[in-house]
Design a protein around this ligand. Sequence first.
Ligand code: NAD
Length: 441
Amino acid sequence: MQEEIFGPILPLVTVRNLDEAIEFINRREKPLALYAYSNNVESAFESDMSEIILCQNEVDLALKNLQTWMKDESVSTNFLTKFSSAFIRKEPFGLVLIIAPWNYPLNLMIMPLVGAIAAGNCVVLKPSEMSKNTEKVLAELLPQYLDQSCFAVVLGGPEETGQLLKHKFDYIFFTGSPRVGKIVMAAAAKHLTPITLELGGKNPCYVDDNCDPQTVANRVAWFRYFNAGQTCVAPDYVLCSQEMQERLVPALQNAITRFYGDNPQTSPNLGRIINQKHFERLQGLLGCGRVAIGGQSDEGERYIAPTVLVDVQETEPVMQEEIFGPILPLVTVRSLDEAVNFINQREKPLALYAFSNNGQVVTQMLECTSSGSFGGNDGFLYLTLPALPLGGVGNSGMGRYHGKFSFDTFSHQRACLLSSPGMEKLNDLRYPPYGTWDQQL
Ligand code: NAD
């Protein structure tokens, strides 16, 4: 594993499994995208973009950089350790459990898996029971690619996951809701297992008066209605002045018509709601405030129209729970300060967005708030940059991943100090009796 002069030798098992992971993603017989798409949630383009391309890039990046990432990191020494070698060794934790949600079921399983493989771990994967097709693909096909003695897929819902969590793992990586995150964390605590929690919440989006409403509407509508709003980092609600709301509503209507046509139900670009339970939950939220755009639904297709709500009260359910669907409430505030207070009175979000032509407004929002990630004048494109970590803060989670952050997350950083067995005379300084030092006190 270790070669001082030429750098670490890549462990063949790790490279082979990463190669196999890319083979799996690029399956020749039937593109994996088709399986993911057949969950019937996303548009084919959105599925390809979010589920396949990002995963391909992640494996490529890991293969290109593994040698550098694995290298021992030398650190400087002090006068007590002057003749020693001090370094951080990256070691696998051992057995990792990855639990994924249903909304990007391939991406949210494969992206952490790549990091766990790169760091040299064995992995148990628990996909969501709600994204049936992806669950099936992972269970049937992944073992054909990855080393079966190191990787296993376990299927099931809350009951089975609860059983799984009774076992001792060396690391748990969970993506899902804050509610289940607490259950997973409590189970991990029983074995003192380190954990990453990638959770959700309500992501605010502040729109300043000094903005072009159409530009903002295009960007916000794309990110809100992508995957039918079932995206953890989607803007959950807009905070803006009454005047901006009046300009934003027609601009949002323009954007929705441009993206999905006059009847969005017939658009191949708009996804559907994952299941009946979530459809009913979202239908309930349509009763909040006043519908300014959309509001239609069709139970047979689990279709909810891209919707904008206005005159929403803070106490209404749509402002109390994560929406996770194609509904966008606009909440009016009188100033930037009021928007900042509104945000800071709530749980720290996974993502926060601010739109303004005035850079100072964006900077002020960035400096006066806290969130897992921040987007100025755009949505969640930062997800496409592996040099930026993805992770929450407070109620939206702990830990981070993507790119090298994933490798680091799944590596134990072992502190190493290698000293010479000789030169013992120099150590006399540190052994008792300590001479005059103690006598002075
Ligand atoms: P969820 O928390 O209901 O389920 C996630 C996983 O936990 C699933 O595999 C499920 O089988 C399992 N699970 C459910 N109940 C359980 C229980 N009682 N005990 C043990 N395991 C249990 O989440 P979901 O509905 O699949 O996904 C939506 C949530 O995930 C949203 O809150 C969203 O914001 C969040 N999310 C976060 C990110 C992120 O990167 N931070 C990404 C996607 C989704």
